[in-house]
Structure formats: C-alpha cells, structure tokens
Ligand binder design. Structure first.
Ligand code: AMP
Ligand code: MG
Length: 405
C-alpha cells in the first residue's frame, strides 16, 4: 500500500473530501446551564415578547406627559417584580424602579433626578417636561414572540445563552460533542515532564491535539501513545475506533520502515479517502473512514500536526456539530516580506497580523520549519502561499486561514 505514492491533492479538494465524509452527529437536549460552547441544533424562537411588558428604563416616577413644573400626588409604587396595584389617576405619579411594569394609565417615566419630593412622601414636583414614551421600554422591543433569536449552527457563547434564556428557553437542543481520540505514534515519545533518554523527545502533539480538539467542541480524553510496532499500532487503533467518532493519529503516516499507521488502518477496514496533500507543512496527511467514523493521520512534526488540524480536522469537527462557517473578520492580508515559493505545494505560513495605514500586513512568525513548534506561538493566522517558482513578493495579497487555538 505504501509503495506507490498517489498524486498530491490540493488543500481545497482534500477539505472537500473530508466534508463529504461527514454525517452530522445526533442531537441532545440540555439544560441551558449546561449548553455553553455547544452548537445549537434547532432554530430558537422567542416564546414571548421581551420585555414581556412595558417597563421603566429608569428609577423615577410613572406619569402622564406634561410640562416641566407639575405638582403630582404620589399614588403607590411599582417595583421590579411587584407591579403597582392601582392605575395612575389624574395628577398622580407612581414611584417606579428600573425594570418595573409601567402602571396602567401611565405613558412615561420621569427620572428621580428631575423630581423633588414634597410633604414628606406625599407629593412630588417635576422639574423637566415629559413626553409620551420617555424612559419607557416597549413590550417586545428586544424580541418579538415567535421571531427567530438564534439560528441552528450557532455556537452558544455567553451572549447566546443570555439571549436564549431571555427568549424563554429552559433547555436547548444541541449537537452531541464529537468523541475524539488522539493517538501519538513514535518510539521516541516520552510523556510530558518525563526525563529524556538518548534519542527521545517529549510527546508535544498529544496534549496539543487534545487541546485543539476540545476547543472545537470535542470530548477528548488524554492522548494515547503507540509504539512503532505493527501489532501494537493495530490494537491501539482498533480500540480507539470502538468508541470515537474521530480518531486523530499523529506520526507514522510517511513511508519509513517504522510507519505502521496506514497498513494497520487498512487491516482494520478503514477505507483510505486520501493520502498526501500539496501542502507544506503537511504533505503526508492521510484521511480515511470506516462508516461514519473518521480517521485523520497527521504528520508527526508538531507544526505539521497543528496546521493540518486547522485545515482539515477543524472543519470536520465543525461540520459534525452542524456549526455554521467560522466568521473570519479578515480573509486576506498583504505580505510584509517576500516568501520563497514551493514549486509543488502550497505553503501554510504562520503569520502575525498588524494593521498599517489601513492595510492588514502579514509577517511570518519566525522560522517556519515544521519541527519549530515555537512558530505557532503568538501567530494570528495561516497565510496560504500558492505553489510556484521564485518568490511571492512583499506586498502580494495572500489568503488567510484561521489558526485554531
Ligand atoms: P513521523 O511522522 O512519525 O515520521 O514523525 C515526524 C517527526 O515528528 C519526527 O521528528 C518525530 O520525532 C516527530 N514527532 C512525531 N510524533 C511526535 C509527537 N507526538 N510530538 C512531537 N514530535 C513528534
Ligand atoms: Mg514516527
């Protein structure tokens, strides 16, 4: 299977093949309080008007419109949660708090700063003219009953949860979290913090890929490690495939004598969808499926793993959850420095972005070697440099791709 290397796929084609393989996950109903960061699966409509009743925008007095100087009799109070008992009568004012219901008969609120209280508490004198509707929040001003407040595919951040509750929701139907299993392959890998023996390195991909997957909404236990051994690779992958929607393997997908991932997956009935993308870093990227289970074989170099996660795994996790397209505020930037092109492969360069004279400038974030994990630190995005001869000049416009956290 390793013998003949297939032609390189474009990034766009590879991503399309990934998305074609995705069947959205089932949904579940959760209390709003547990739905944070999940993806809403159904359109959410307001069950009633918000605010549900006309209410005061200020602490003050509910009144009728009138001129500046008025002497009004105090006739009760409307508090938040406890409306006034009687309607507003002729030449009366009702004390009112912010958010309290406007009493029947009243059509405006005069803020307490514009009022002096006379005769103990029995009477007020107004010091400002009042027009109809002043300081009154209309019923349904924020949301109208039956209107769509959140669309399916929305990620439920803090604002969305607040809006959902205001709209009357107690539970939300959300996509199940993709169950992701990360496996790092390599005899050289040591667990984080462990002392290194000769030729060993720390398994930085494991925790990095778990964090990346979790930030995309996945449920992902700590990464497992597989030695460069065919039987162990097969056993580890078989176990991962049992109860994961997505398996992410790092390393072992090249053509070396110790790269066992592809043949092991073949034995396990995982059908190869593609292998090798015209991408630097990330050429050996492998993608396959077994039924609805998706398997990504990412290259072992940490930068390659992070970049290919961003370009291929992130969209798959989003699509599994029915998440709408990511809103990138900027999709293009101008190169600050020339970048030598790769004749055969598009490059995904980690860049910092800065605005200068109204233009968004992309500066490569230090040395770009695929083993240089530090090139990810402080990077704002990936800039795609199309394959070709020579160099892409400073000032050229490049497409940006999000660099997931
Ligand atoms: P491979 O794709 O297995 O040939 O690995 C390519 C390079 O990435 C080698 O230098 C590996 O040592 C390195 N590498 C592989 N897996 C990891 C990992 N989990 N963490 C850090 N480096 C890795
Ligand atoms: Mg390896």
């Amino acid at each position: 299977m390793n013998a003949v290397a297939p032609p390189l796929l474009t990034i766009a084609r590879a991503r399309e093949l990934v998305l074609n393989a995705v069947t959205p996950l089932p949904t579940e109903s959760l209390p709003v309080t547990e739905a944070g960061d999940r993806v809403l699966a159904e359109e959410l409509k307001a069950t009633g008007d918000v605010p549900p009743f006309p209410c005061s925008a200020m602490d003050g007095y509910a009144v009728l419109p009138g001129p500046a100087e008025r002497r009004l009799t105090l006739a009760g109070e409307s508090r938040a949660g406890t409306p006034a008992l009687q309607p507003l009568g002729e030449k009366q004012a009702i004390r009112i708090s912010t958010g309290a219901a406007i009493p029947a008969g009243a059509t405006a609120v005069i803020p307490q700063e514009h009022v002096s209280v006379q005769d103990g508490e029995g009477e007020i004198v107004t010091r400002a003219a009042v027009r109809e509707g002043d300081n009154v929040r209309g019923r349904g001003e924020d949301m109208r009953a039956g209107t769509t407040v959140l669309r399916a595919g929305t990620v439920l951040g803090a604002a969305e949860l607040g809006a959902a509750v205001a709209a009357g929701a107690g539970r939300l139907t959300v996509a199940m979290r993709p169950r992701v299993r990360v496996l790092s392959t390599g005899d050289e890998l040591k667990a984080p913090g462990e002392p290194l023996g000769p030729g060993e390195i720390h398994n930085s991909n494991g925790p990095m890929l778990v964090a990346l997957a979790e930030h995309q909404g996945a449920a992902c236990p700590a990464a497992g490690r597989l030695p460069d051994d065919r039987a162990a690779t097969e056993a580890g992958l078989a176990a991962a495939l049992q109860n994961a929607d997505v398996v992410i393997v790092s390393g072992g997908v090249s053509v070396g004598p110790h790269d066992h991932v592809k043949p092991a997956l073949e034995t396990l009935g995982v059908e190869q969808v593609f292998w090798r993308v015209a991408l630097q870093p990330g050429k050996p990227t492998w993608f396959g499926r077994r039924g609805n289970r998706l398997v990504f074989g990412l290259p072992g170099n940490p930068v390659s793993a992070a970049v290919t996660f961003g370009l291929f795994v992130r969209p798959a996790l989003a699509a599994l959850q029915g998440r709408g397209p990511e809103r990138m505020l900027e999709s293009e930037a101008v190169l600050a420095t020339p970048i030598p092109r790769n004749p055969d492969r598009d490059q995904a360069v980690r860049v910092r972005l800065e605005r200068q004279d109204g233009r968004l400038i992309a500066t490569p974030n230090g040395p770009q070697g695929s083993h240089m994990v530090t090139s990810l630190l402080g990077a704002d995005a990936l800039a795609l440099i199309g394959a070709g001869e020579g160099e892409l000049a400073a000032g050229a416009t490049v497409t940006l791709e999000p660099l997931p956290r």
